[in-house]
Design a binder for this molecule. Structure first.
Ligand code: BV8
Length: 233
């Protein structure tokens, strides 16, 4: 697909783009939501109810990510190459909280659901890098508030990050590509409709049929590491 015909490309990735790097997805077989109830570990109420459970949920994912042999895959590298070589404007929006896109060389990345390797001050929203286990007593030292830091994660019911920039770019996109997302979670699952409303061409790359497949002009079924390098060539 010759991409130089386009002027502004917006790419949305989900857990499927990191699956072949060894990071569990949410809703596939053996996915995270098979072991944990979303409302217990990915909501503010769940965090207030049982902070230890939620911190443990993210500590385990952070440990697996930092100590496991998790590396970017061919799909991450292909997207970084696309950003580097594309003459037009490019924005990568990810629902993922890993930093494999950045490790592969992507520069302009919006983590709309937060980042696993960062913590946030609940008072000032200041964000700091954080690679260790989080406990219930990690006080915020980046500002004068003696508040306990929280994971820099967007939970259900919380406002995703960067939406103004995302919607601005979608309103000017002429190509929208979604890779490895089930299209279950909003507002991300609605981005394809935003792009189509301004006439953008839309492509979905997925191993299975997503919940939003019918909205796309073109479906490229297959593994991200096999499909993405070809469509961004
Ligand atoms: C919000 C935390 C207010 C981080 C997550 C309509 C409008 C707005 C909101 C809503 C709405 N309807 C409902 C809502 C509320 C809710 C929601 O969407 N609920 C769902 C369950 C119905 N949304 C919210 O609460 C959001 N906030 O709405 O704020 C607001 C109101 C208006 C406008 C704006 C804001 C907050 C959502 C964020 C929640 N946080 N996680 C973490 O723990 O990681 S969501 C969680 O799901 C992850 O972030 C994940 O990224 C996301 C989506 O999952 P996917 O990435 O798609 O992963 P999944 O496993 O589902 O699918 C993987 C796919 O990959 C599959 O299709 C599979 O086939 C494919 N695949 C697998 N392997 C491969 C592959 N594809 C290619 N190659 C492979 N090898």
């Amino acid at each position: 697909m010759p991409l130089n015909q386009y002027k502004k490309i917006v790419v949305l990735t989900g857990a499927g783009v990191s699956a072949e790097s060894g990071i569990r997805t949410f809703r596939d077989k053996d996915g995270l939501w098979e072991k944990y109830k979303l409302e217990d570990v990915a909501t503010l109420d769940g965090y207030k109810r049982d902070p230890a459970l939620v911190l443990d949920f993210y500590n385990k994912r952070r440990q697996d990510f930092c100590t496991g042999d998790v590396k970017p895959n061919a799909a991450h590298y292909a997207l970084a190459e696309l950003e580097k070589n594309f003459d037009g404007e490019f924005l990568l929006v990810t629902q993922n909280i890993d930093n494999l896109h950045e490790q592969a060389g992507s520069k302009n990345v919006i983590h709309m659901h937060g980042e696993l390797l960062k913590a946030r001050c609940p008072q000032t929203n200041q964000v700091i890098n954080w690679v260790d286990d989080m406990t219930e007593n990690d006080l915020c030292h980046c500002c004068q508030y003696p508040e306990n830091l929280r994971p820099h994660i967007v939970w259900f019911g919380e406002m995703p990050l960067g939406l103004d920039i995302i919607y601005h770019n979608l309103s000017q996109a002429d190509l929208f590509i979604a890779i490895g997302t089930s299209g279950t979670v909003y507002p991300a699952a609605g981005f394809v409709e935003e792009a189509k409303s301004v006439g953008a061409y839309s492509v979905e790359v997925n191993l299975e049929t997503s919940e939003i497949h019918s909205h796309f002009d073109k479906i490229e079924q297959g593994k991200a590491t096999q499909v993405v390098p070809h469509i961004v060539d």
